[in-house]
Design a protein around this ligand. Structure first.
Ligand SMILES: Cc1cc2nc3c(=O)[nH]c(=O)nc-3n(C[C@H](O)[C@H](O)[C@H](O)COP(=O)(O)OP(=O)(O)OC[C@H]3O[C@@H](n4cnc5c(N)ncnc54)[C@H](O)[C@@H]3O)c2cc1C
Length: 433
């Protein structure tokens, strides 16, 4: 009897969830292979929406997708657990034990066999080993961290609103003015606006958000300076204090110290500078990795030292022909996922994984909550068309729409978008508990 082929995907995010769904349909449902998705969480939340989870604008009770339920409907299996290592000799992924809130072991450490392995565990904010960052900042890397920020923010707002300490502002610093930092800054102003609808005596004049960027402009990775300028103008109009050319070299419980020996006081610091792959990926299982722990892959997404192990998304370092590297984006993660699924199917059929990944930049869009959306669309009129307002907002949400359609099919995915739209009309715009 022929041995069952095991395709194991670790990480059910923007990339991992799409490859598991595609292979579930193409292999799992047809009994051509056993497809297993592993994630440390129970449910999937689309990472580009985490800043909305962090302010309560998005209710994960409605938007999160249960891995187990989705796996059962789409032909793959789900195992909850955090990968800690890979045993390449025995072709096994090693998972940490699962503990309950009191530290009691619910599930022991496990080993999962693979024939083909896809590493898709994403990235975390890079603290650049700056003093005090890990101890005194909050991060927006996972749903748990977003929920933690939400609780901290709401507690602060409620305390201030009920004590009428209106002469003292809530000082929040956001370090790193990439898309995450920029969108988070705007979303906090929106959240305070919404709280007034719940009867809280609070308004945005009570909030002092300072967005700090070491580069000379915000959104430094976005090619078009018009976009940075437009976003900076809108943020300033909302009331965000935008500071460029400001480099932080230490964080304390009271605030931030800059390299020019200035002190910026802050009640809360959200750290969103750059990304790196989780530290344990560095040389995991003897695989090659780069200075930010990303696993080195070839353009067909096979890791450089093991043709049966692939890496995709933010945790992979994928070279391009012009010598550049694929940027860590939702759009690249899903493009890599769909292509890698085809390469694995080719290998199962005894062929070469011939598809090579070429990054297609569909454009960069930045959404400042209800205030403004702006960006450029690369796929129109030869590329680089600047869009703003409702059209930009529509295109911004299309990345999420495509993700939902990939996960649920055209009919259910479109219905879900409508249902979410209706839910936003009939439910409060903020989740308070
Ligand atoms: C606030 C915010 C806004 C963003 N906006 C945009 C945008 O507008 N456009 C865009 O293109 N990109 C955007 N991004 C970037 C985008 O979210 C990422 O590039 C994308 O999610 C990467 O996909 P991925 O599959 O590599 O990883 P992720 O989507 O991060 O998924 C990683 C998965 O791995 C799991 N995992 C992690 N460690 C382990 C482990 N040890 N064992 C098992 N499972 C593990 C996690 O639970 C998670 O489910 C944004 C990011 C943030 C934070």
């Amino acid at each position: 009897m022929q041995e069952m082929i095991n395709v194991v995907i670790v990480g059910g995010g923007a990339g991992g969830m799409e490859i598991a769904t595609k292979l579930g349909h193409k292999l799992g449902k047809k009994n051509k292979a056993r497809v297993t998705l592993i994630d440390c969480a129970e449910s999937h939340v689309w990472k580009p929406l985490l800043h909305e989870v962090a302010t309560g604008a998005l209710d994960i009770g409605i938007d999160a997708i249960s891995y187990r339920g989705h796996a059962a409907a789409h032909g793959y299996h789900f195992q909850q657990g955090a990968m800690t290592d890979i045993d390449r000799e025995n072709k096994q992924v090693i998972l940490a034990p699962i503990l309950d809130e009191d530290g009691e072991e619910l599930l022991p450490a496990r080993r999962i066999d693979y024939t083909y392995l896809v590493i898709a565990i994403g990235s975390i904010a890079n603290d650049f080993n700056i003093e005090g960052v890990r101890d005194h900042c909050v991060f927006l890397d996972s749903t748990e961290q977003a929920m933690e920020i939400r609780t901290m923010l709401l507690n602060k707002f409620m305390r201030y609103a009920s004590h009428h300490q209106l002469d003292e502002k809530i000082k929040i610093a956001v370090v790193g003015a990439g898309a995450t930092g920029v969108e988070m800054s705007a979303e906090m102003h929106h959240a305070v606006d919404q709280l007034r609808g719940f009867g809280y005596k609070i308004d945005t004049s009570l909030l002092e958000v300072t967005l700090i960027e070491a580069d000379q402009r915000i959104l430094p990775k976005v090619e078009k300076t018009e976009i940075s300028d437009s976003v900076a103008k809108e943020l300033t109009a909302i009331g965000v204090n935008v500071r460029t050319n400001t480099r932080i070299d230490a964080v304390t419980p009271e605030g931030l110290h800059t390299t020019t020996e200035e002190f910026i006081p802050a009640d809360m610091v959200i750290w969103s500078t750059g990304v790196k792959a989780p530290d344990f990926l560095n040389e995991i299982g003897g695989l090659e990795s780069n200075h930010i722990n990303q696993v080195m892959v070839k353009q067909n997404m096979q890791t450089t030292r093991d043709s049966h192990i692939f890496a995709i998304g933010d945790c992979a370092a994928c070279p391009q022909e012009d010598g550049s590297w694929v940027p860590p984006r939702g759009q690249s993660a899903r493009q890599m996922a769909l292509m890698t699924a085809d390469n694995i199917r080719l290998m199962i059929d005894g062929q070469q994984p011939k598809h090579n990944y070429v990054y297609k930049d569909l454009g960069s869009l930045v959404n400042l909550s209800k205030f403004h959306t702006v960006g450029n669309l690369m796929s129109f009129m030869g590329g680089g068309v600047l869009v703003e307002g409702k059209i930009a907002r529509f295109v911004y949400t299309s990345l999420y729409r495509r993700h939902l359609i990939e996960l649920h099919g055209v009919f259910k995915g479109t219905l879900l978008m409508f249902a979410k739209g209706i839910s936003r009309i009939i439910h409060p715009h903020l989740k308070l508990h």
